[in-house]
Design a protein around this ligand. Structure first.
Ligand code: BJW
Length: 233
């Protein structure tokens, strides 16, 4: 295959697993400690906000103790060193992860489609604020002072962020790479089919095959800290 110009990379929890952040569906993953429907829906938040805020406060504190790994660093390096620059070509990183490890590794063309732990959203005035502390005590919104901040995370039933930008990047892609995601959650799970429809090459990098594995031209199996730098280099 000739050198692609536009690469879209989708990452999931597997890319941060070796930084010590639990995946969602693996053994010991978050869903086993907390049922998703108890924490990750707007209905759960309406029913038991304290449970949901405690859960996210715990995770927001935990990710600040973690560091990017060799996979995050390799993806940032790929973007930095990619020889074809916008508008002629680009590397776009779309992450489902809500940690900030891609950002801390240096990725800039980054779309966090499921939101971010280190951000709070005021449902009273619809503003977003960098946030590292707890939300359980209902701190006032820095913009309007209402005690209406919630985690800036896309819950089930909510629309993921920046879908227009993702679709625009996908429409230009000649290579789509999926890394460390189970392919269980839509719309991200459908990106490989979009990529196939427009004729892009597709590559999966994962510890084990994802639910959508059959859609990829090629799958390489192994831990992200090995197979991602191997692919980038
Ligand atoms: C390694 C590794 C190592 C491990 N190295 N790899 C029925 C059918 C189809 C769709 C639906 C349906 N019913 C409802 C829906 C829609 C719903 C959905 O998809 N539900 C499914 C359960 C079926 N989706 C939504 O509601 C979304 N919104 C939506 O669709 O809006 C409509 C709309 C869309 C677009 C335009 C207009 C309208 C919203 C989804 C929000 C997802 N949010 C979450 C949780 C946030 C809460 C929190 O963070 O606490 O985001 S869900 C959770 O799953 C999280 C993740 O980002 C997401 C994906 O998980 P991921 O990253 O794949 O992790 P795992 O654990 O599943 O997999 C880990 C992988 O890593 C595995 O493959 C391992 O092999 C691998 N791995 N170690 C390499 N060392």
């Amino acid at each position: 295959m000739s050198l692609p110009q536009n690469i879209v990379i989708l990452t999931g929890a597997g890319v941060s697993a070796e930084s010590g952040i639990d995946t969602f569906r693996g053994g010991g993953g978050l869903w086993e400690q907390h049922r998703v429907e108890d924490v990750a829906t707007p209905e759960a938040f309406a029913r038991d906000p304290d449970l949901v805020l405690r859960f996210y406060d715990m995770r927001r504190a935990a990710i600040q103790e973690k560091a990017p790994n060799a996979a995050h660093r390799a993806l940032a390096r790929l973007e930095r060193e990619w020889p074809i620059k916008v508008p002629d070509g680009s590397v776009t990183l779309v992450t489902q992860n809500v940690d900030d490890l891609h950002l801390r590794a240096g990725s800039e063309r980054l779309i966090a489609m499921h939101g971010q732990h280190l951000s709070a959203w005021c449902t009273a005035c619809d503003t977003r604020h960098a946030w590292t502390g707890p939300l359980i005590d209902r701190p006032p919104c820095p913009a309007c002072a209402a005690p209406a901040l919630r985690p800036d995370i896309v819950w089930f039933g909510e629309v993921p962020y920046r879908m227009d930008e993702i679709h625009a990047a996908m429409a230009q892609a000649d290579l789509f790479v999926s890394i460390g995601t189970s392919g269980a959650v839509y719309p991200a799970a459908g990106f490989v089919r979009l990529a196939r429809e427009i004729g892009a090459e597709t590559l999966e990098l994962n510890l084990e095959r994802s639910q959508g594995s059959a859609w990829f031209h090629e799958t390489r199996l192994g831990p992200a800290t090995q197979i991602v730098p191997d692919w980038v280099d």
